[in-house]
Write a protein that binds this ligand. Structure first.
Ligand SMILES: O=C(O)[C@H](O)[C@@H](O)[C@H](O)[C@H](O)COP(=O)(O)O
Length: 258
């Protein structure tokens, strides 16, 4: 089982600075080893904590042309819809760095706009399979599941991660790579999401969580006192929880405050 680290920051800005350093180090490692860096984004506040990557020394030193971008979950809507995780990431991050457009793998545009969650999930899984065949995405040992280099995740106050919500069956999917939900408790209701086996095959998983609304679920996930989806997070190499003091406020005995 991969080690689970926690780092607690005084402010969100300090978290963003360390997140940029962590991501840039992995980018350099994977670009050197494979000439490719596969990065999976989520929606929510995470994108607003990527700002430091847009500044020196990272903006000019990262090999952006080798990045390939995927989404751990996506709301089923048009790319220009205010709910879209693609739009959120594009406006706040992707439009500001020179990642080639063909390396950005968003939900199928037409199926998203139509609101067809089931087909959009199938199409996204096909897209991942194609990228495995092209050797852009690695596979995890003999399991055949895709293995991403780095996933940047967030957690909701109920302990959900990606679009795997407590009390909903998607968390139990063991075969599919991508599934869908049409009654998400967090709006909007229609979403597609990586399944737990795919999430947990990643080499490095970062879970970035801030604010006191999340504190109970942070405690539940890290101490396993209650079963919440984010408590099932693991990885091949390492999981790191990036927390601010408010999100970590219910944890006892964690003292690694930067
Ligand atoms: O599309 C989404 O809604 C997300 O991908 C979701 O899983 C998010 O990461 C968490 O809900 C945390 O969101 P916040 O950072 O906004 O709390």
């Amino acid at each position: 089982m991969a080690p689970v680290k926690k780092i607690i920051f005084k402010t969100k800005d300090e978290l963003a600075v360390e997140l940029a350093k962590y991501t840039a180090n992995l980018s350099s490692k994977f670009c050197k080893e494979r000439g490719i860096f596969t990065v999976v984004l989520s929606g929510g506040d995470l994108i607003s904590w990527l700002w430091k990557l847009l500044e020196p020394p990272y903006a000019d030193s990262i090999e952006w042309s080798k990045w390939h971008i995927f989404w751990v979950d996506e709301r089923v809507c048009g790319w220009d819809n205010a709910d879209s995780n693609y739009k959120l990431a594009y406006d706040g991050f992707l439009s500001k760095v020179p990642i080639p457009a063909e390396n950005i793998y968003a939900i199928d545009k037409g199926l998203g706009a139509e609101g067809n969650a089931e087909l959009a999930a199938e199409r996204y899984e096909e897209c991942l399979k194609q990228k495995v065949n092209e050797n852009i995405i690695r596979t995890y040992k003999s399991s055949g599941f895709p293995q991403f280099d780095l996933q940047l995740l967030g957690m909701g106050p109920d302990g959900h991660m990606a679009s795997l919500f407590p009390g909903h069956d998607q968390i139990n999917e063991k075969v599919k790579w991508v599934t869908f939900i049409t009654d998400s408790p967090k709006p909007p209701p229609k979403r597609i999401t990586f399944t737990l086996p795919v999430i947990n095959c990643a080499s490095y998983n970062v879970m970035a969580v801030c604010d006191k609304e999340q504190a109970d679920s942070v405690e539940a996930a890290l101490t396993h006192t209650k079963d919440v989806p984010a408590g099932r997070l693991t990885a091949d190499v390492e999981v790191v929880w990036f927390l601010d003091q408010a999100a970590a406020s219910k944890l006892k005995g964690w003292c690694s405050i930067l």
